[in-house]
Write a protein that binds this ligand. Structure first.
Ligand code: COA
Length: 636
């Protein structure tokens, strides 16, 4: 195992309190990804996040909940969080949740959601959080796949323009799945109370019952390194989401290490990761990361803009003395649109801020430059790159690196322990020199927080990630590594679309569009968007031209997408074309349309069935002003 930095991971593992220390750093198993991290080790993740800090610093704030949308602020010390988590773990135990059982969490950004993650970890149960913006059908797919014993939800989430009742969405989802969930715990929020369903229990009443009956779960269940801590679903190229599994040992070692080495957060510091708890970023760096090291984490329930203004992120930084912040480039672009001169930012003292990390999509140099001006020269604005599957950054500029340097437009150098490589598309060989464009891959072994499997889907695990380039993990992104080792992530290779930092499958939107009786064929491609990076664009072939009013059809398609996938898909653009460009074997050439929309030169495959299809689409996109202005519209 010549590439493994054994010392790095041995030292990092020593910062975790193990029940039984691992027998070695890396073991082996069968399969295309034949490694197990920290075999033989046993631990409890919740113990490492809470109990060990309560012994020394019980009164230090663990979470500060700041919720402009509900006009609330609340601070929880480590001791208080431990009490809440022991109570909730006791409640789940009382409802027969045991080690290895799944608990599904469908909640907005409230402290109880974070407590729920930690309570599951305490019991050795597996949590699976579903982002509140997903529609019932998507929620149902996840329930059917992970079969939770208990679901935790809240009566509502609060969006800038409306309050969203969660319980009816969950009810609709439960009606679509064969799996019966014995118990649902509902957190009632005063902005909108939920009507209780037959298997529902009131969260607050149940928590009080556990306290009164002294059922607090004070122990921490011993789990093995490779036992799953959580499942987090991510969009695949098909409509079926992929259940990314994170195991306890590798996660604890890497998140604990990276929060300090990459993000520069130590005991007593304040970290603000402005992401919803439904995403990997929030799992790693709102909930677990800061708590592993005994820092304070901000739980923010609100948006970067409109709740009520574009100064809220900066307010939070100044109000709580945030040292490191983490958000998505799309959030920065939204703030910039509202407050281009940064006048709101100037109202706040942000001298505590030393680093602003951006991830979720490529950070364009213009956004980075603007952001740097706003936060000032004492704070670094740092792009970093990773995914749900990888669990923590694999490229970044690390705060703990003494030779720190950055390059605009690059996502930084590889983080220690990650083996980033470029595979050339034509030869399927590793690039031998710098600046060669190809598929971004990670050479095995993957870093320890990476996913050891997909839930219930060993075939999908191998096929989606390891089959194309044996011995490597395929990220699905394309880019290059320059002569100084900076990694540049340029585009997606597969049919995933990144909307406001959220990964969506074009296939799942296509499934919804094609189900419309008037749509004969369709494909969905990413249309560049000033704020959200990309939004989906439907390319439709209709069954007949008769009696179709385009606006009405689009309205129906938008409504169907919101109903079946969720408003976060941000689907509201489509064009009608006479035919789709396809290869002779029938594969739709989405990539050609995508390149057209990006203003890139088209690579038309020799196997194209009918070249006029691309010309027709180009003419239609041009007429609708959907092509980049600078693009020369030479005929194909
Ligand atoms: N529950 C229910 N609905 C939700 C939701 C949730 N948790 N989150 C978003 N939605 C809905 C919104 O209300 C909106 O509905 P609408 O079309 O009826 O207005 C739709 O989904 C799209 O939401 P969003 O993507 O948030 O767009 P926006 O225009 O309201 O806000 C931004 C734009 C840039 C402010 C927002 O996208 C943002 O904050 N992005 C950063 C996200 C992020 O952190 N991503 C990184 C994850 S690591």
């Amino acid at each position: 195992m010549e590439f493994i930095d054994k010392d790095l991971w041995t030292n990092a593992a020593q910062r975790i309190e193990w029940i039984q220390p691992p027998s070695t750093v890396l073991g082996s198993r069968r399969g295309t990804n034949p490694h197990i991290w920290f075999p033989g080790g046993t631990l409890n993740t919740c113990y490492n996040c809470l109990d060990r800090h309560v012994k020394t610093d019980p009164h230090r704030p663990a979470f500060i909940w700041d919720s402009p949308v509900s006009n609330s602020k609340r601070t929880y010390t480590y001791e208080q969080v431990l009490e809440q988590v022991q109570t909730l773990a006791g409640l789940l135990w009382d409802h027969k949740v045991r080690k290895g059982d799944v608990v599904l969490i469908y909640m907005p950004m409230v402290p109880e959601a974070a407590f729920a993650l930690l309570a599951c970890a305490r019991l050795g149960a597996i949590h699976s959080v579903v982002f509140g913006g997903f529609a019932p059908k998507e929620l149902a797919k996840r329930i059917s796949d992970c079969k939770p014993k208990v679901i935790l939800t809240a009566s509502c989430g609060i969006e800038p323009k409306r309050t969203i009742a969660y319980r009816p969405l969950l009810k609709a989802a439960l009606a679509m799945t064969m799996h019966t969930v014995p118990v649902t715990l509902v957190l009632q929020r005063p902005m909108l109370y939920a009507t209780m369903e037959p298997n529902d229990l009131d969260f607050a009443t149940e928590m009080e019952r556990v306290r009164q009956s002294n059922l607090l779960f004070k122990d921490c269940v011993e789990v093995a390194s490779e036992d799953p801590l959580y499942i987090l679903y991510t969009s695949g190229t098909t409509g079926q989401p992929k259940g990314v599994v994170r195991s306890n040992g590798g996660h604890a070692v890497v998140i604990n290490w990276s929060v300090e080495y990459v993000f520069g957060i130590k005991k007593g510091d304040v970290m603000f990761t402005a992401s919803d708890i439904g995403w990997a970023v929030s799992h790693s760096y709102t909930v677990y990361g800061p708590l592993f090291v005994g820092a304070t984490s901000i739980l923010y329930e609100g948006k970067p803009v409109l709740t009520p203004d574009a100064g809220q992120f900066w307010r939070v930084v100044s109000e709580y003395g945030v040292k490191t912040m983490f958000t998505a480039p799309t959030a920065v672009r939204a703030i910039r649109r509202e407050d281009p001169a940064g006048l709101l930012a100037k109202q706040y003292d942000m001298r505590s801020l030393k680093a602003l990390f951006l991830a979720g999509e490529r950070s364009d140099p213009e956004t980075l430059r603007w952001c740097q001006d706003i936060v000032g020269s004492s704070c670094l604005v740092i792009d970093n790159y990773w995914s749900t599957e990888l669990g923590s950054p694999v490229t970044a500029t690390c705060m703990g690196d003494v030779n720190q340097s950055m390059k605009l437009g690059s996502a930084g150098r590889q983080v220690p322990g990650s083996l980033i490589r470029v595979i050339l598309e034509d030869s399927h060989q590793e690039a031998t020199g710098p600046n060669q464009f190809g598929n971004i891959v990670l050479k095995l072994p993957l870093p320890p927080a990476s996913f050891p499997c997909l839930w219930n889907n060993p075939e999908g695990y191998n096929k989606s990630y390891f089959a194309k380039y044996p011995g490597y993990y395929d990220t699905g992104d394309a880019g290059m590594i320059d002569e100084e080792g900076f990694v540049h992530i340029m585009s997606r290779v597969d049919d995933i679309i990144n909307v406001a930092g959220h990964r969506l499958s074009t296939g799942s939107i296509e499934e919804i569009l094609i189900a419309h009786p008037k749509v004969a064929e369709c494909c969905v491609v990413p249309l560049p968007d000033e704020i959200k990076g990309h939004v989906p664009l439907g390319i439709l072939v209709l069954k007949t031209d008769d009696d179709i009013v385009f606006e009405e059809l689009l309205e129906e398609l938008v409504a169907n997408t919101r109903r079946d996938l969720g408003a976060i898909a941000c689907f509201n653009r489509a064009v009608i074309v006479p035919k789709l460009p396809k290869t002779r074997s029938g594969k739709v050439l989405r990539r050609c349309i995508r390149d057209m929309l990006e203003g890139k030169p088209l690579k038309v495959p020799a196997t194209i069935e009918d070249e006029t299809a691309l010309q027709e689409i180009q003419d239609i996109l041009e007429a609708q002003e959907l092509l980049p202005k600078k693009m020369s519209l030479a005929k194909l």
